[in-house]
Design a protein around this ligand. Structure first.
Ligand SMILES: [Zn+2]
Length: 225
């Protein structure tokens, strides 16, 4: 067997390639061992998947959809609390949305404002759609190559066909080697409404409870007002 990206012999490879990263919640769409060699598997994770997962869109999409990473944590995002003019860390737990200061020195101002004002405004950036840029295009190119291979799971002779097909080399090399500055055209559209705006509408009432909880946590730490 040979790797669908670098074409090197890959029968001895032990890693299984996740078509969509595990950090985006994928547990079942996986290529069997050897379809992508260990070296490419490692490289793609660092150079293609991580930049997408850690981009503005990637972090916000994971937060908005509540997708836990491999450590079972949903990455937090940063928002702005208008009344105290401080940046706040926003994270989710089963009980709802929680906020806390991003910097210790902002803590007093934030909590004083929360304790003394009956209402407040929290600004949260929303990711909307992935930008049609180099990071997104390369990531989608990787997914596309692997989905195509996945579709051929039961087809005899699939390996030689995909590995030796020169028509696939341009996309294969774009994913494997990169081509900074060149954006492979990608089509992006929204299928489902943004989950955060729905969640926020539903949890508006609960947010005030979460805010007072955050105050309690801070107070018991001894760092609160
Ligand atoms: Zn390879």
């Amino acid at each position: 067997m040979r790797c669908i990206f670098c074409k090197a012999p890959s029968s001895g490879s032990s890693s299984r390639e996740h078509i969509i990263p595990e950090s985006l919640g994928n547990k079942s769409h996986v290529l069997p061992r050897g379809w992508v060699c260990d070296r490419c598997n490692n490289y793609l994770a660092r150079k293609v998947e991580d930049p997408f997962l850690n981009s503005f869109y990637g972090r916000h999409a994971r937060f908005e959809m509540g997708i836990p990473n491999k450590e079972n944590r949903v990455p937090p995002i940063t928002g702005l609390h208008a009344q105290s003019k401080s940046a706040v860390k926003v994270w989710t737990e089963e009980s709802g949305l929680h906020i806390g200061p991003t910097r210790k020195e902002d803590g007093d101002r934030l909590f004083r404002s929360l304790l003394t004002q009956k209402s407040g405004t929290l600004y949260l950036p929303i990711s909307d759609l992935p930008p049609p840029d180099y990071v997104t295009a390369r990531f989608i190119g990787k997914v596309a190559m692997e989905i195509m291979a996945h579709r051929c799971l039961d087809v005899e002779g699939w390996n030689q066909e995909i590995v030796d097909k020169p028509q696939l080399d341009e996309l294969r090399n774009y994913v494997r080697l990169g081509r900074p500055g060149f954006v492979w055209p990608v089509h992006i559209r929204r299928i489902y409404p943004n989950p955060l705006s729905i969640a926020l509408r539903r949890t508006q009432a609960r947010l005030s409870i979460a805010l007072s909880r955050a105050v309690r946590v801070q107070s018991t730490d001894g760092t609160g007002p």
